[in-house]
Design a protein around this ligand. Structure first.
Ligand SMILES: Cc1cc2nc3c(=O)[nH]c(=O)nc-3n(C[C@H](O)[C@H](O)[C@H](O)COP(=O)(O)OP(=O)(O)OC[C@H]3O[C@@H](n4cnc5c(N)ncnc54)[C@H](O)[C@@H]3O)c2cc1C
Length: 396
C-alpha cells in the first residue's frame, strides 16, 4: 500500500469515527462556527467536531506541528480535503487567521510573530478580521489612506476601514496602512497586526437593506501599534497583500457547498421544474443542465489543477480563474432556482409551500456577495486578462 493510500484510509476511519452525523449536513442559516475568544456553539455536536478537529491539528492541517498544525504535506492535505468533502463534513470553524494571515506569517512573519500568533489561530482561539477596504478604496485598494505614522517604537494609526467582516467579534485585525504618503501609491503601504482592544479602536456594525449584516466600519483614532507588529519591511505591504489575497481566493474557491448554508441545487431544481409553466420549461431545463455540467466541469478542473501541480507544472494561471468561476457559477445556480421558484421564492418570512424556499431569497442575495468579496468578478477578469493572458490594458 502506498503512503497516500495508507493516509487516505486512516483519515477516512478517523473522520467516520469522529465527525458527528449532524455535522455531515450543510449548516443552517447562522450555523457556522466563528472561531475566536468569543466562540459560540449551537449544539454539543458542533462543539465536539470543533474540539476533535482542533486537537488533531486539522484546523491547519498543512502547518508545522510546532505551530499547532497537522504537519501534513501538500498531497496528504489534499487527500484530507477530499475525504472531508466525501463525507460531506462541515468546516469545523471559520477563521481568517488560518485561511489568510497565517500563511502570510508562515512565509514572511518574524520568528516572534509566528510563535505569538500561529498557535492561537491553529487552535481557533483568536479571531482575526481583515482591514483592507476603506470608504474610498475597494477595487482600487492601493489608493487606501488609513495613515500609520512612526513615533518611536510604535506606529500611530488614524483613519477607517469599511466592510470589515465580523470586526465586532474579532480579537485582532491585519490591516493595510499608509506609512509613507510621499512614496508611490503601492510603495507607501505596510501591513500591521492590530489588537482590537487597543485604546482608540471603535467598531460600528453596518445595517444593510437585508437586515442582518456581519459588516462593520472600524475607526482608528491615534491608535498606538508596536512597530514589532509590522509584517515584513516598511513599504512591503502591497506585496504581502497580494500574497494574502491569493490565499483568500484559493480559500473561497475551495469553500465547498457543504459549508455554505445552502440548498441542494439539483434536487431542488428537479422538484421545481415540473411546476414551471410549459412555455418556459424547456429553456429552464436547458439552463439547469448547463449549470449542473458547469459545476461538474469545475470540480474536474480543480482535480486537474491539483494533479498538474503535483507533477510540477505551473498551474498559477488556472488557479487564478477559480474564484471567478466558483462564485459566478454559484450565483447562476441561485439565479436559476429563483427563476424556477417564481413568486414562491419572494420573501423570507411567512408560510411557503416548502421550507427550503424560505431560505432561498437570502441565499440568492448572498450568492452575489461572493462575486464581490476578495475582489469583484470584473477585477478577477482584469487580472486574468492582464496577468494570465498578457492582454494589453485599455485605459485606467
Ligand atoms: C461578503 C463581503 C465580505 C467582505 N469582507 C471584507 C473584509 O473582511 N475586509 C475588507 O477589507 N473588505 C471586505 N469586503 C469588501 C470588498 O473587498 C470590496 O467590496 C471589494 O473589493 C469591492 O470594492 P468596493 O465595494 O469599494 O466597490 P468598487 O471598487 O467601488 O466597485 C464598484 C463596481 O465597479 C466595478 N469596478 C471597479 N473598478 C473596476 C475596473 N478597474 N474595471 C472594471 N470594473 C471595475 C466593480 O467590479 C464593481 O462592480 C467584503 C465584501 C463583501 C461583499
Amino acid at each position: 500500500m502506498t503512503k497516500s493510500s495508507t493516509f487516505r484510509l486512516s483519515a477516512r476511519e478517523w473522520l467516520e469515527a469522529n465527525c458527528p452525523p449532524a455535522m455531515r449536513t450543510p449548516p443552517p442559516e447562522g450555523g457556522i462556527v466563528w472561531a475566536g475568544s468569543r466562540v459560540h456553539f449551537d449544539s454539543t455536536e458542533q462543539q465536539q467536531w470543533f474540539e476533535r478537529m482542533r486537537d488533531k491539528g486539522w484546523f491547519a492541517p498543512d502547518w508545522p506541528v510546532e505551530y499547532g498544525g497537522g504537519g501534513l504535506d501538500a498531497s496528504d492535505t489534499r487527500i484530507l480535503e477530499e475525504e472531508l468533502s466525501r463525507l460531506r463534513c462541515r468546516a469545523p470553524m471559520i477563521n481568517l487567521g488560518v485561511w489568510m494571515i497565517g500563511p502570510v506569517l508562515l512565509a514572511s512573519g518574524s520568528a516572534e510573530q509566528k510563535a505569538r500568533h500561529l498557535p492561537g489561530m491553529a487552535r481557533g482561539e483568536v479571531a482575526w478580521c481583515q482591514g483592507f477596504s476603506e470608504p474610498g478604496a475597494g477595487s482600487d485598494l492601493a489608493s487606501l489612506s488609513c495613515r500609520a505614522e512612526r513615533d518611536g517604537d510604535s506606529y500611530v494609526v488614524n483613519g477607517s476601514k469599511i466592510w470589515t467582516s465580523y470586526a465586532d467579534r474579532s480579537d485582532w485585525m491585519y490591516a493595510l496602512v499608509r506609512t509613507d504618503p510621499a512614496a508611490g501609491k503601492h510603495a507607501g503601504i505596510s501591513m500591521l497586526l492590530i489588537d482590537m482592544t487597543t485604546p482608540g479602536v471603535t467598531v460600528k456594525p453596518i445595517d444593510l437593506i437585508s437586515g442582518k449584516s456581519h459588516f462593520c466600519q472600524v475607526f482608528f483614532d491615534n491608535v498606538r501599534v508596536p512597530a514589532e507588529n509590522r509584517v515584513g519591511a516598511e513599504g512591503e505591504g502591497w506585496q504581502l497583500a497580494r500574497d494574502l489575497l491569493g490565499h483568500e481566493r484559493r480559500a473561497m474557491s475551495k469553500f465547498g457547498d457543504n459549508n455554505v448554508p445552502g440548498v441542494d441545487f439539483l434536487a431542488l431544481a428537479r422538484q421545481l421544474l415540473p411546476l414551471a409553466d410549459t412555455a418556459s420549461r424547456p429553456l429552464l431545463a436547458e439552463r439547469v443542465a448547463r449549470a449542473a455540467m458547469d459545476e461538474h466541469a469545475y470540480k474536474l478542473t480543480l482535480q486537474r489543477a491539483h494533479e498538474a501541480g503535483r507533477a510540477g507544472q505551473d498551474v498559477s494561471g488556472l488557479v487564478a480563474s477559480f474564484k471567478y468561476l466558483h462564485s459566478e457559477q454559484n450565483r447562476e445556480r441561485h439565479e436559476l432556482l429563483m427563476a424556477l421558484a417564481g413568486n414562491e421564492a419572494l420573501g423570507w418570512e411567512g408560510d411557503p409551500f416548502d421550507e427550503t424556499l424560505l431560505k432561498l431569497t437570502r441565499q440568492w442575495l448572498n450568492s452575489y456577495t461572493y462575486t464581490i468579496a476578495g475582489g469583484t468578478s470584473e477585477i478577477q477578469l482584469n487580472i486574468l486578462a492582464r496577468r494570465v493572458l498578457g492582454l494589453a490594458a485599455s485605459g485606467g
